[in-house]
Ligand binder design. Structure first.
Ligand SMILES: [Ca+2]
Length: 552
């Protein structure tokens, strides 16, 4: 790779950053990880616990039809050789041993006629094991690995990943026209080349507003910052919860003024707007630190002002996400920017469980925000030591989203093991004959599986025959669709040596100064003076320089 992709290549203004230091091993793995991680606490078993396995369907006789059938026909002359065996490394976003991974593997092999070997390190050790595997030499590399963004750019840059651009461009999958959002594939490209394949979106946070609160203060949904602030004022000074007491609620809360990980600003987008506290690129692909930009002062001013007026929860600095959720359920505040999709339903259910109106408006981004930020999605890579990468691409990656039996396996797992349409009762819920539902989790008895590796709402390949389509709640689908049509892709930020060396301290310093300005009322000039005095500018410049030199 010579240089970074231009954000305009995908038609989006981009802003994003990541770092090796701040990216926990859990944070970057698995499809739809954002929601999956969070969802674990809400909906019981998450994708991380019950994901599925890979697939590949071409080849074997009944083989889910579509892919294999075509392959055998028209393009037989060019068709890659079918592998006898494929070895993959994946994390807990495919089914784990305890969740009957054997059933998943058996079904995959049945559909493909290929022997599948799954290497599945413990969740917390995933990237350590991956690193050791790469270090042990190409002979030991699996054919396929699932990895998150920071690792993806690093290994691609080292030449460890097979360039699958041509395989994708000439694939039956692409020709099928079922890809529903080209920006996700484009977003994964590095210098225009594809070294990893996403099967689902990364998802992100959308702003939810309590409908009842809007009604109680006689307001419509805000469409710009002025209206947003007016809403926060009414929610803070008025009686939006209708308990007869003015001023015993507040407008908005969040887990931190700056989030713990990329994209950092996703819990308070209306205040940050176009400002970003970390590394991102300009339209020419040149890296810079958004914290040092003039527009970041604007974000600090907005945050300081709203905080001093009490619109922002005074405990925002120390809140965890569960603190925020609980306060939201207890009707203490009315605006909550949180994960799109499944979480719309979780929030509603939890509000209603507390006897509170659960109707939420999933807000299109206000004018000044423009787009929400979508996290980078994990990708399936093929290692450069793979003997038959074309075959692996065709039979493992392409089939995963074949719009047929294999996509079903990757989305919901094995029928009557992970899901069913048979009449019966599961975890206290009664289902009629023919009604799609997930079965009880082996790992977490008393809760139902939510899905396998691919979240159907985040899948980037359409699937006509999705048996679970009707089981998705309207509010979940609506919030996801609003997000999907109003988001921009986060950039992959390379893990340079300088990034690893300085960014931890740098981010800590930035967070301290933001807190000083917003919570303590420190002047913005003083904050920047302190930033420079404590080495922030120096660290920042060193990282920017390394990013702009990366891969050149
Ligand atoms: Ca009140």
């Amino acid at each position: 790779m010579r240089k970074r992709r231009s954000v305009f290549a995908v038609g989006m203004a981009a802003a994003v950053a990541a770092s090796t230091v701040l990216t926990g091993c859990g944070g970057n793995s698995g499809s739809g990880q954002g929601t999956a991680t969070e969802a674990a606490s809400g909906a019981g078993s998450s994708a991380e616990e019950n994901g599925g396995t890979g697939n590949d369907g071409a080849g074997s006789g009944d083989a889910a039809g579509t892919e294999s059938g075509d392959a055998a026909g028209a393009e037989a002359a060019n068709a890659p050789e079918k592998p006898e065996k494929i070895t993959i490394m994946a994390n807990g976003t495919i089914p784990t041993k305890v969740n009957n991974r054997d059933a998943f593997e058996a079904r995959w092999e049945e559909l493909t006629g290929i022997d599948l070997e799954i290497i599945q390190p413990d969740h917390d050790a995933y990237y350590d094991v991956m690193g050791q595997t790469f270090a042990s030499g190409p002979d030991n590399w699996p054919d396929v690995i699932l990895m998150g963004g920071t690792y993806y750019t690093g290994y691609a840059n080292e030449g460890a990943l097979w360039d699958m651009t041509d395989a994708w461009e000439n694939s039956e999958l692409k020709a099928s026209g079922r890809l529903n959002d080209d920006s996700i594939i484009e977003g994964v490209k590095l210098s225009g080349r594809l070294y990893g394949f996403p099967v689902a979106r990364g998802n992100g946070c959308i702003t939810y507003v309590k409908k009842k609160w809007l009604d109680n203060v006689g307001m419509d949904v805000p469409t710009n910052y002025e209206e947003y602030l007016a809403m926060l004022e009414a929610f803070t000074k008025g009686d939006p919860d209708g308990n007869g007491v003015d001023g015993d609620t507040c407008g908005v809360s969040a887990a931190g003024l700056i989030g713990v990980e990329e994209p950092y600003i996703n819990y308070l987008p209306e205040f940050y707007q176009d400002a970003y506290p970390a590394f991102t690129q300009d339209e020419n692909g040149v890296w810079y630190d958004g914290f040092l930009e003039e527009n970041f002062r604007g974000a600090l001013e907005r945050l300081q002002d709203a905080y001093s007026k009490g619109y922002i929860d005074k405990e925002t600095l120390t809140n965890g996400t569960s603190d925020c959720r609980n306060k939201f359920y207890e009707d203490k505040f009315g605006v909550f920017t949180y994960w799109a999709g499944t979480w719309a339903t979780n929030l509603k259910i939890n509000l209603e469980a507390n006897g509170i109106d659960g109707e939420l408006v999933a807000l299109p981004p206000i004018e000044e925000v423009g787009t929400y930020i979508e996290r980078t999605t994990p990708v399936w890579v093929i290692t450069s030591s793979c003997k038959n990468p074309e075959g692996v691409f065709k039979y493992f990656i392409e089939t995963m989203v074949d719009g047929g039996d294999m996509q079903e396996l990757w989305t919901y797992g094995v029928e009557d093991v992970y899901w069913s349409t048979k009449a019966g009762e599961v975890c206290g819920n009664t289902y009629e004959e023919g009604e799609f539902h997930m079965l009880e989790s082996l790992e977490n008895p008393g809760t139902q599986y939510t899905r396998n590796h691919i979240d159907p709402m985040l899948a980037i390949f359409d699937w006509e025959g999705d048996p679970g389509r009707e089981s998705i709640a309207a509010e979940a689908r609506e919030s996801q669709e609003t997000f999907n049509t109003n988001c921009r892709q986060m950039l992959y930020v390379p893990s340079t040596e300088e990034m690893g060396q300085y960014n931890g301290d740098l981010m800590t310093l930035k967070k301290t100064l933001v807190a000083n300005v917003v919570v303590q009322g420190m002047s913005i000039d003083d904050a920047y003076a302190q930033f420079e005095a404590e080495g922030g500018v120096e660290w920042s410049n060193a990282i920017v320089e390394s990013l702009n030199a990366f891969g050149k």
